[in-house]
Write a protein that binds this ligand. Sequence first.
Ligand code: ATP
Length: 257
Amino acid sequence: MSMGAKLIVEKVTKRFGGVVALNRVSINVPSSLIVGLIGPNGSGKTTLFNVVTGYYTPDEGQVLIEGSSRVVDITGWNPDRISRLGVARTFQIPRLIPSLTVLENMLLFYDYGSCASITCSLRRKWVDVEEAAIARAMSILREFGLESIARKRPAELSAGHLKLVETLRGLMSDAKLFMLDEPFAGVESWMARKLTETIRKINREKGSTFVIIEHRITELLEGVDYVYVLHNGSLLAEGKPGEVVSDERVIKAYLGK
Ligand SMILES: Nc1ncnc2c1ncn2[C@@H]1O[C@H](COP(=O)(O)OP(=O)(O)OP(=O)(O)O)[C@@H](O)[C@H]1O
């Protein structure tokens, strides 16, 4: 089994003018764990994703990734470079390419390995890789009963299907760390459960680490090993799902909204 990556966020602060979106936030996600990131609206969840994946540079603090027994300080790296290190990220608002079909959008996220480079010039080999990529995309879609949307374009999809495809194409890659932003939003219950199963399967087979932002907390907590709770830009609580839901501070933070 290939290993997942460990994610270390150390005392990260991110400000937007007078707004402190993240205030000295530290989290430590061990390799191959599935972790939930929850918190009321505006608590800083997406900002944390943006800092980890290079869309924002933190004002203070550090982001470190440890994979293959090597620790890399990725603070200030751009999103491309971070993604090449094995970090895949999906967006709250789907970012599919409108002119491409669902299948083509998914193929973009497949890890073509050395065959994506000029060194793999043998046509036969390239065709094999391409076939493997298509087979993987179709098998993922089939699990969700979605083969029929493979040739459709994003504009033809329902909001729920669009969101699901945003997540499924992220799962096409062989990332060591997956950061999923609200994968269940607008997605039917049975598909959300199926998605949880799919995430667990990838985690079991490849050892990948997952960090998942989600507002559908009951469904999220069924699928994660550990939870971090943000509130007003600070880490409010952390623990196993059962511990976090019964934490008075967490209940208060949610009810206070
Ligand atoms: N680019 C930005 N410019 C200015 N303020 C921002 C920016 N991004 C986030 N913020 C602010 O930072 C705070 C945290 O926002 P963030 O989107 O990280 O919260 P969230 O927990 O992901 O919320 P939600 O659950 O609603 O998606 C909010 O006050 C938000 O208005």
